[in-house]
Design a protein around this ligand. Structure first.
Ligand SMILES: NC(=O)c1ccc[n+]([C@@H]2O[C@H](COP(=O)([O-])OP(=O)(O)OC[C@H]3O[C@@H](n4cnc5c(N)ncnc54)[C@H](OP(=O)(O)O)[C@@H]3O)[C@@H](O)[C@H]2O)c1
Length: 333
């Protein structure tokens, strides 16, 4: 039995693909406040933006409001970081037959899980797709459907087999740090309401991104943290590509993940809709790590301050030039 907690973008998409794969029974946990909306829907629907693929429509899985883990082999947590505490508080002790699978960005959720449930089996899932919630049990996926899973459990790795969701096994935390490094640009997009494409092609935003990236890569190096990027190249080569590679970095992102020109990271919607963001679980991790080393990560720190000041305020986005100045980044650095 797989239990998915959180019926937002990621939860809806994973539930749809797991239902299509039909490898094991599935339950979807929704809170009281979301139940009426979800109960009124007959099917899960995932729209695909990429390549005109047809929408994936499958039967709605069994809904539950109980976090009973007695028959649960895989507990997949699909909430955002600000809601993680409420989920962990509501969970019973994790039984030995159950593996917890956090899908949250960054390494903070993993740390929190290990602190809260020491000894529990945990297999982090790195979401490589870009998903957007459209309506109850209706999401859109704007990239190729793919995830990385930190486990060798063949049943877990095969849970989406035949569904179209690509699953790759990873070892250790290096790939999670690699994804975090790439995702540091989400806050730049959120501050300026920019797309992924803008981030790596607009001169001001690109300058901000590679300074944020360089600063973080240096801190990770000093902390002796191994990093494997979700693209097949070493960090140094990617840095060079960002800096000197012209449109190549965008071409690579497109061909690897299928990113579309109009796709935004979800932090853009969080900021524009006045919701809490995960900036502290991304750029904030770098700032904390730097502090632990007795150093500073000023550009990531300023970015955190900027996004935190925007939270709840539904602010006007900064222009790319304004953002670059606020971060103290030179165009020709
Ligand atoms: N979306 C992506 O493309 C993407 C990509 C990579 C990684 N991720 C990561 O995946 C995680 C989930 O992201 P998402 O985009 O799916 O977020 P989301 O669309 O906001 O979905 C989160 C869902 O969790 C529900 N929820 C909140 N607290 C809950 C609780 N206590 N019990 C049960 N459900 C609860 C929310 O309900 P309400 O709406 O009612 O609050 C919402 O439906 C995040 O950490 C994100 O960083 C997402």
């Amino acid at each position: 039995m797989m239990l998915i907690v959180g019926a937002g973008a990621v939860g809806t998409i994973l539930a749809a693909y797991a239902t299509r794969a039909a490898k094991m029974p599935l339950r979807l946990y929704v809170r009281n406040i979301d139940l009426d909306a979800v109960q009124g829907v007959e099917q899960i629907c995932v729209d695909h933006v990429l390549g005109g693929r047809p929408a994936l429509r499958v039967a709605k899985p069994t809904l539950t409001q109980a976090l009973d883990l007695s028959d649960v082999r895989y507990l997949v947590i699909c909430v955002k970081y600000p809601d993680l505490a409420s989920v962990l508080d509501a969970l019973p002790a994790i039984p030995p037959h159950c593996t917890v699978i956090p899908t949250l960005n960054g390494v903070g959720a993993l740390r929190r899980l290990h602190e809260r449930f020491p000894g529990a089996s945990v297999a982090p899932m790195t979401i490589m797709f870009n998903g957007q919630w459209l309506a109850p049990l209706h999401a859109r996926i704007t990239t190729k459907p793919q995830v990385l899973v930190g486990s060798r459990d063949a049943t877990l790795l095969g849970a989406f087999e035949g569904s179209g969701m690509a699953v790759e096994a990873i070892e250790g935390e290096a790939a999670i740090w690699g994804k975090l490094l790439i995702n540091l640009g989400h806050a730049i997009c959120a501050a300026s309401h920019a797309t992924f494409k803008d981030l790596i092609t607009h001169p001001d935003l690109k300058a901000c991104y590679f300074r944020v990236f360089d600063e973080a890569a240096e801190i990770l190096g000093r902390a002796n943290i191994s990093v494997v990027l979700p693209i097949p190249m070493p960090v140094r080569v990617y840095q060079l590509l960002l800096r000197r590679g012209g449109p190549l970095a965008w071409w690579l992102a497109r061909s690897r993940s299928g990113l579309q020109a109009g796709s935004y990271p979800s932090m853009v919607a969080d900021v524009t809709q006045g919701r809490p963001t995960e900036v502290m679980q991304l750029n904030g991790e770098i700032v904390t790590l730097a502090e632990r080393l007795g150093r500073d990560a000023p550009i990531n720190r300023r970015l955190c301050e900027l996004i935190n000041a925007m939270a709840g305020a539904r602010p006007k986005p900064l222009t790319p030039g304004e953002l670059r100045q606020r971060l103290g980044v030179d165009l020709d650095a």
